[in-house]
Design a protein around this ligand. Sequence first.
Ligand code: SF4
Length: 358
Amino acid sequence: MTPAPPRDTGAPVPAAPVLEVSGLRTHFPVKHGLLGRTVGRIRAVDGVDLSVRPGETLGLVGESGCGKTTLGRSVARILQPSAGRIEYRPDAAVGPVDVTGLSGARLRAYQRQVRVVFQDPFSSLNPRMTLLQIVGDPLRSYGIATGSELEDRVAAMLTRVGLSPKYLHRYPHAFSGGERQRVSIARALIVDPKLVVADEPVSALDVSVRAQILNLLRDLQDELALTYLFISHDLSVVESVCDRVAVMYLGKIVEVAETDELYARPRHPYTEALLSAVPRPDPRLRGTGRRIRLSDDLPDPARPPAGCSFRTRCRFARPGVCDIAGEAPALSPATGGHHVACHLTDELMLAGVQGAPV
Ligand code: SF4
């Protein structure tokens, strides 16, 4: 019997994700001794499930060392994952492609569509290359344009990111940090990508120019229909630019939610602790919230705690529940559209960034 077509309920149909990551692991060997024997593995990304919707900005937050940069680079296939799947769907009309094992020409084609803007515009630009060479290099290496056509395209892209085309033959040292980051953005976008992994794109910049670069990224997203995976440790920046936020701890995603919802009603104790440190713009509220100080440093990612990996720093950790080996909490749906990895999420009353009572 032919199945009946789905009933039209009038509700908006969610767009298929442009990127769907499942069970992703990126581990690095720990070597020891003269023979370089492998004695362990750093689990930088350790079983991540994550989807990115077309046209959105998905924030990826967490402390330094939590694995967010490794996850971004694994997604862009600058790093080779150890296990799991990265399914990429460039067009809603076609099925997803697993890009985890791509190599050669197919990997290069993927990397043309998924580009990275790096954190530090001082070290990421070759000081011996002019802006024309830096921004034009991807056009040349992908065989898209050469000669005067390449120069015209680079000039147009410089204009688009707010730089004068008369700078084409200048070197990076002639520019400020904000201008260099505009060059990095131009280099990433010159080949018309669909997804941009922006890895701490404003954290190396003066506060005065951060807003300009964030506005530029927003404008380019609208103009070019881009999707962003926006990596940052700065929750104020993430709140201002992201549609949804994924919180990462010790190689795993522990919470995902819409930005407003996550900042108002966090469901994971780690998210709550991060939010308690966010400065409040309203001076009347400053100092009234309760800062939750996390104990100790991040555990060694080569030897994560058994059970819930956050339990050594969690003020709600319950012996016999949170420390059972082999029973790490899975990322599961919770109220408010959250996905949370915590055994006790239904019991906890957590404070949002505006300092709701704890
Ligand atoms: Fe804290 Fe336990 Fe929840 Fe982990 S599972 S976040 S230790 S309450």
